[in-house]
Design a protein around this ligand. Sequence first.
Ligand code: GRF
Length: 192
Amino acid sequence: MKKSTGSKKVRTAVFISGAGSNLKNLIKFSKTKKSPISINLIISNTYNAKGLKYSERYKIKKKIFNSNNDNLFEKKILYSIFKEKIKFICLAGFMKILSKSFIKKFKGNIVNIHPSLLPKYKGLNTHERAIQNKEKFSGCTVHYVTAKLDSGKIILQKKIKIKKNDTPVSLKKRILKYEHVLYPAAIMKTLG
Ligand code: GRF
């Protein structure tokens, strides 16, 4: 989807489950003039997501849905997305796999950030695995979401060197900084 010139910003929801540093960063980006998106909804599958605090801080609506019942969970998400006229979805540390039919409804309009050089290290514990395998490089990737986990078309990728003394924690911290640059850039590329 391209935002047509002169039109309003694309109403966007960010899905989170954790700290929400990408959410915070996307909110800040969304407030810049050049941003093609506005963030109008935060969705979490857990009350424990620390990132939910940004809802109050930035006065953005939030919805928390228990994800134990998949079918109901997605129905509730769809309802709130419809109500808020959301047209674009950014997954940012969302630890729940969305169903094929959900993804189909938003085809091409759901993106995700993943902390590895996809197609390498899909799934969890990417930093641990990259270090264990003595990889020289790691990084982060923004990609379209498809029914296959972490496998959709890549929008942008940033490659960084793994240092000799890197631990999963230090690597995660360093990559996260690049994620905060990459995610807005990828949104500009796909919607700008
Ligand atoms: C990031 O590393 C992101 O790439 C991954 O989950 C982490 C979320 O971090 N999908 P945060 O909640 O945005 O701080």
